[in-house]
Ligand binder design. Structure first.
Ligand code: ATP
Ligand code: MG
Length: 549
């Protein structure tokens, strides 16, 4: 994982938000006016006191009127600042979610197969939300602090250059010193915290996936201990962060009080009139919130930046196999390719672990080929390589005479159906789930596909037929029904090549026969490669090969 410094992360995040710049600038201007007016109100309050003491001769009502006007301005600009800052943040977050999804899609399936899904989930849900802190509560506070701080200092220096100097020093300690010290400190805590949340998610997801195994093997105590351990370490990291926050707040208050005290002392020593010193002191005391906003950034910001870093890294990650868009399109209907698939001297390894070595295979058009072999010998890997999920480094896989990495990925996937031992469904109706395979299919086409897959009767027996929502059925599909739906999708897509990775391994003999018969009836003009462990599955095959390690 690439590590960047805070400045780099902020810059990269800013580049992502460049389209929202105009709103951001308006938010900053509103924020500046808002802070200036609130400090103004404090100065007027001091003037009221000075006036009551008879030290100046400005009309009391005029000051009150000015205070009211400033309060009004403060209200409106504060609203505008908060509204626009959040609007910008949420717009950017929406864009980030889209980008993360696109990145995940680009990296899939190879990356998703090996990476931790829990971390991806915490990234999409938690991390992106936390980046809000950066867009809504970082850029404008920093800009506001710099501009307001400068205006305050110029105004103070008109009355007392030495007090302006003291104030500048206090601003620097609070606005630069504290954030620098704390952000470094909090950044590590923030990063560790985000990682811990990700790993807790992973543990939960793992436990959910394996809940039956946990029950069956009395793994319960160990699983609970795992959760407890991760939970404990999470709380510890959260406590660290809170300790830092408390210390920071205490330091901020100390700086404000000390500075105000010193200002009063110097004012008296230099013989500044009370009619000036009092409003000046009030103004300085109430000028600190604009600067303190930057000092408190470190904490929320550190987490926000840690999340930003993770999201940026994901966006920049290179897929294992790049999508091909400048290659050839397959046209298996007209191209008379024989062999339709040719595997030539293929050698493949995940990382260092070799899986396939000098593997050769030719499959004729229309052939039904069965592949068997020991578990782990690389049968599934072979099918994934034909689908181009992983890149071929050594040797060649040719589909209709074209090396797979020269075929446009979309065209490859539209010409080959790939089905594994479990079929997944998405939210929506049965129709929605079938249309994935052919978006504009008519109901008649859907029914034909269902009939071919021997599942039409079942669908028609449901009260809402094709419109039955999957949530209504939940996981109530049996394994056999799920696989028949999977097969219906393949028939609907109507590709010339079918890759089946143990399509019947979860099924009983009866259901296996239904699937096999469905395949047999519809195999005309299709080339099928079926991986299986069961001899019974191979009865529809024209040829069976044995793979060995
Ligand atoms: N994404 C991956 N990263 C690293 N190694 C992997 C990955 N997928 C599979 N392997 C390893 O590659 C080898 C071949 O796996 P593959 O899934 O192709 O075997 P298989 O023949 O389909 O086995 P089975 O019959 O059990 O399904 C195995 O040793 C497996 O552990
Ligand atoms: Mg396999």
């Amino acid at each position: 994982m690439r590590k960047r410094n805070s400045l780099r992360i902020m810059l990269d995040l800013m580049i992502l938000a460049k389209e929202e710049l105009s709103d951001l600038i308006i938010a900053i201007i509103a924020g500046i006016i808002s802070f200036l007016s609130s400090t103004g109100i404090a100065v007027f309050a001091a003037l009221l006191i000075v006036q009551s003491a008879g030290l100046i001769s400005i009309s009391f009502t005029r000051i009150v009127w000015l205070m009211a006007i400033f309060a009004f301005i403060r209200g409106i600009t504060r609203y505008l600042e908060q509204y626009l800052n959040h609007l910008v943040a949420f717009k950017v977050l929406r864009m980030l979610r889209d980008k993360v999804f696109a990145a995940v899609r680009k990296l899939a399936p190879a990356k998703i197969e090996v990476s931790n899904k829990g971390e991806l989930i915490s990234m999409i849900t938690g991390d992106i939300e936390l980046i809000e802190v950066f867009y809504a509560h970082t850029i404008s506070p920093i800009s506001i602090a710099i501009i307001c701080g400068s205006i305050y200092l110029v105004l103070i220096s008109i009355f007392s250059p030495i007090i302006a100097l003291i104030t500048l020093l206090a601003y620097l300690i609070m606005g630069v010193g504290l954030p620098l010290i704390f952000s470094k400190w909090a950044k590590n805590t923030g990063r560790a915290l985000r990682q811990e949340i990700g790993s807790l998610n992973n543990i939960f997801l793992d436990i959910l996936r394996g809940i039956t195994e946990i029950m069956q093997f009395a793994y319960h105590d160990k699983a609970i201990r795992l959760v407890q351990k991760s939970n404990q370490s999470l709380v510890k990291k959260q406590a660290n962060l809170i300790e830092q926050l408390a210390l920071l707040l205490a330091l901020e208050d100390t700086i404000v009080v000390l500075t105000t005290g010193i200002v009063v002392l110097i004012g008296i020593k230099t013989g500044l009139a009370w009619s000036i010193l009092l409003p000046l002191t009030f103004g300085i005391f109430f000028s600190f919130p604009a600067i303190a906003n930057v000092a408190s950034l470190g904490n929320g910001l550190s987490q926000s930046l840690a999340c930003g870093e993770r999201v940026l890294n994901l966006l920049e990650e290179e897929p294992v196999a790049n999508e091909v868009t400048d290659g050839v399109d397959l046209n298996l209907v007209n191209e008379l390719a024989d062999p339709i698939i040719k595997i030539d001297n293929l050698t493949f390894a995940y990382d260092e672990q070799p899986v396939l070595q000098n593997f050769n295979l030719e499959i004729s058009s229309g052939e039904v080929l069965g592949i068997r072999g020991e578990s782990g010998c690389g049968k599934s890997t072979l099918l994934k390589l034909v689908m181009c999920f992983w890149p071929v480094y050594q040797g060649e896989i040719l589909v209709a005479g074209h090396p797979v990495e020269e075929i446009n990925t979309q065209s490859l996937w539209h010409n080959i159906s790939y089905m594994t031992q479990s079929t997944e469904f998405f939210e929506g109706t049965i129709r929605d789930n079938l249309l994935i395979a052919k978006p504009h299919a008519t109901d008649q086409e859907l029914k034909d596909a269902l009939r071919k897959a021997s599942i039409l009767e079942f669908v028609e027996s449901l009260p809402n037929g094709l419109d039955t929502a999957l949530t209504e059925l939940g996981d109530n599909f049996s394994a056999g029904e799920r696989q028949r739906f999977g097969l219906a999708r393949c028939f609907l897509e109507d590709t010339k090549i079918l890759l089946l990775d143990e399509p019947t391994s979860n099924l009983d003999v009866l259901n296996e026969n239904i699937i096999l018969n469905a395949l047999k009836r519809n195999q005309a003009d299709k080339t099928i490669i079926m991986v299986s462990h069961r001899t019974s599955s191979f009865k529809i095959c024209d040829r069976i090969i044995q793979m060995s390690e």
